[in-house]
Design a protein around this ligand. Sequence first.
Ligand SMILES: [Zn+2]
Length: 114
Amino acid sequence: MIQESEIRTVLTEQLHRLRARAKRIDDHQHNRDRELPQDFSELATHRDHDEVVDALDTATRRDIRRIETALRRLEAGIWRTCVRCEGDIEEARLLSIPTVTQCRECAAIADGLQ
Ligand SMILES: [Zn+2]
């Protein structure tokens, strides 16, 4: 049986790390327009870099939302409950991905619909 308190601790630590990262990305995004290079090829490299940073920002914010949802579900005592069929999410699945909200079967169906 998974200890939910341990999961909560791990997720909370991850959330702090991700929020710190989101803040660093944010600072970076705010500063970048002030220090644009004059050289065109350097400017292109700069733009590529910006795209990478923007992608990282999107991924970080998505991860933050997933962890916040998992923590809310833990708090509400429904962390183990599938949002689609309301059955139990497999223990092994929760252990490997603590932020899942669907059981294996429902997730497979949802994937098939996409
Ligand atoms: Zn389900």
